[in-house]
Design a protein around this ligand. Structure first.
Ligand code: PMP
Length: 285
């Protein structure tokens, strides 16, 4: 991704894409002091942009990084980067990290907090699986307890087990991995939240130790607007044998049907199709 034409917004300036570099002694690279956002623009407008900017600031603050930019300034930066890309439909990646400076140890309060926004095209996150139903592996790693790490921050450090779980899943021919949490309840995929359907009602894990996705919240509202009963609760993995449909939600994933998780199978049913279609209509509205 580093060798392409274009510009990247970096600390208030537009920098040539190939020159948007950081020093190898950046604190973020050694100690995971990095938070980010994944956003999508549709028809030239970033969906729920403000919510993403607010979450970016909240994530930075959770890692004790004082944000040098306000929500309005982040909004302007993203708009500028999107405009410069010339794209109407695009993925927008904002990232905030501790740079290099006075400190090389774990404490880094004197190092600058930096920010960049890059925009590029990104199609269906799960490729062909999108409408046929993705296949998920069950990760051997667990989403950690809120007592061990700031679980609601969209922080790079929380993605370490996502990468290794997804590598293992892909090696088995799966599209992604599903995590249980530290108590053994169903949690989320490596970059998306999960929903199940049974007898016309929806069941989704309570986001008490993982990201309460912006897409998740949007889909919950869509379900409630349609009068569909939703149960946000702790879900045991064995319960998956009784669920009929399943889908993932996320900015990149949008609404992606799931056909199989481990040995549990699901149909790509009417409600799944209906919600996936309605989400597509909403983001383009
Ligand atoms: N969980 C994880 C771990 C994620 O990376 C994402 C993608 N940001 C989500 C859930 C879904 O969040 P959102 O709907 O806000 O994109």
């Amino acid at each position: 991704y580093d060798d392409r034409d274009g510009v990247i917004w970096m600390d208030g300036e537009m920098v040539d894409w190939r020159e948007a570099k950081v020093h190898v002694l950046s604190h973020a690279m050694h100690y995971a002091s990095s938070v980010f956002e994944g956003e999508r623009a549709y028809n030239g407008k970033i969906f729920k942009s403000r919510a993403h900017s607010e979450r970016l600031i909240a994530s930075a603050e959770a890692l004790d990084m004082p944000m040098p930019w306000s929500v309005d300034q982040i909004e302007a930066a993203k708009a500028e980067a999107l405009e410069a890309s010339g794209l109407r439909d695009a993925y927008v990646r904002a990232v905030v990290w501790r740079g290099s400076g006075e400190d090389m140890g774990v404490a880094s309060a004197r190092n600058p907090v930096r920010m960049a926004v890059a925009v590029w095209p990104w199609g269906a996150y799960y490729g062909d699986a999108k409408m046929q139903g993705a296949r998920l592996d069950i990760s051997e790693w667990k989403r950690p307890s809120p007592e061990t790490i700031p679980v609601h921050a969209k922080a790079a450090g929380l993605y370490m087990i996502c990468t290794i779980s997804k590598h293992k899943a892909e090696a088995k021919g799966c599209s992604d991995a599903l995590f249980m949490d530290y108590r053994g309840y169903v949690a989320e995929a490596t970059g998306a939240n999960i929903f199940f359907v049974k007898d016309g009602e929806v069941h989704t894990p309570l986001p008490d130790c993982f990201l309460n996705g912006i897409t998740r919240q949007t889909v919950l509202q869509m379900l409630r607007d349609r009068g569909i009963k939703v149960h946000e609760r702790h879900i045991l993995p064995e319960e998956m044998s009784g669920f009929e449909q399943c889908w993932l939600t996320g900015t990149a994933a949008e609404v992606t049907p799931v056909g199989q998780i481990g040995d549990y199978r699901f149909e790509v049913g009417d409600l799944t199709r209906q919600i996936a279609g309605a989400y597509e209509d909403l983001v383009r509205a």
